[in-house]
Design a protein around this ligand. Structure first.
Ligand SMILES: CC(C)(COP(=O)(O)OP(=O)(O)OC[C@H]1O[C@@H](n2cnc3c(N)ncnc32)[C@H](O)[C@@H]1OP(=O)(O)O)[C@@H](O)C(=O)NCCC(=O)NCCS
Length: 211
């Protein structure tokens, strides 16, 4: 009986997760719109996925990127109850310009947490786009999805990432030793996180209010 009950509970949880993760997203920040990434966006993603400077820290791209693989990845994330993959669109005079992807992954509905990931194409770097996109996503994570905690893993050598996540209020949790295999070498990663009770931080408020 208990096993059946727990099976039913897990089934209901998965359906509820699917509904929440697969709901259409449209998050506006002062300069950006975050919307669901769709298979039709494959050519946009391919633009940065074939840029060695952008993907050098991701083993997924170690053997190159081709349209079929990128499309399959987007379709898989679209179906998944544990992933939310969004396109970061910069609002410009002529409409909108794609900047990259931001997302939540490995959503754990028992403990209400998920892992954040972000990749932007080089043309978008250095203008605060990542910070604004992360603030938009965190707002959605803590209000609409009611997550309790959002965490991320960053290479201990990624000074830029560590700086910008820290500035937004992510706290160092610890170093995961030899966590990620990249080009045949195991690398240390720093885990950082932010809680709903810490949100919004002063820096995030600045980004969301366009200061
Ligand atoms: C990491 C990434 C998302 C950052 O995007 P971005 O739009 O350039 O970031 P922002 O402009 O919002 O913020 C960058 C911040 O880092 C700072 N910075 C830049 N280079 C730095 C460095 N070498 N060391 C420390 N800080 C650095 C900038 O000054 C800025 O901080 P500030 O606002 O206090 O001045 C982007 O470079 C990227 O997509 N890289 C490839 C994929 C990747 O590594 N993803 C992250 C994996 S954890």
């Amino acid at each position: 009986m208990a096993a059946t009950g727990s099976k039913r509970f897990r089934g209901a949880l998965t359906r509820a997760m699917l509904r929440r993760m697969q709901a259409r997203v449209d998050v506006l920040t002062p300069r950006l719109r975050l919307r669901n990434l769709s298979p039709g966006d494959t050519p946009l993603v391919l633009h940065w996925a074939t840029d060695a400077d952008v993907v050098r820290n991701f083993s997924f791209f170690e053997h190159g990127a081709d349209p079929a693989r990128i499309r399959a990845y987007i379709e898989e994330k679209e179906r998944s109850a544990a992933d939310l993959l969004l396109a970061v669109m910069e609002r410009v005079d002529s409409g909108e310009q794609y900047a990259g992807n931001v997302g939540l992954h490995e959503w754990d509905p028992i403990n209400d947490n998920a892992r954040l990931g972000i990749i932007l194409q080089q043309a978008a770097w250095g203008r605060g786009v990542a910070q604004e996109a992360i603030c938009g996503l965190l707002g959605h994570a803590f209000t609409s999805l009611r997550l309790h905690k959002v965490y991320l893993n960053v290479f201990t050598t990624n000074d830029k990432g560590i700086h910008l996540y820290g500035k937004l209020g992510f706290v160092h949790e610890g170093v995961m030793r030899a966590e990620y295999k990249l080009r045949g070498e195991y690398r240390d990663m720093l885990r950082m996180s932010i809680l709903r009770t810490e949100w919004p931080t002063p820096a995030a408020r600045g980004f969301l209010e366009g200061a």
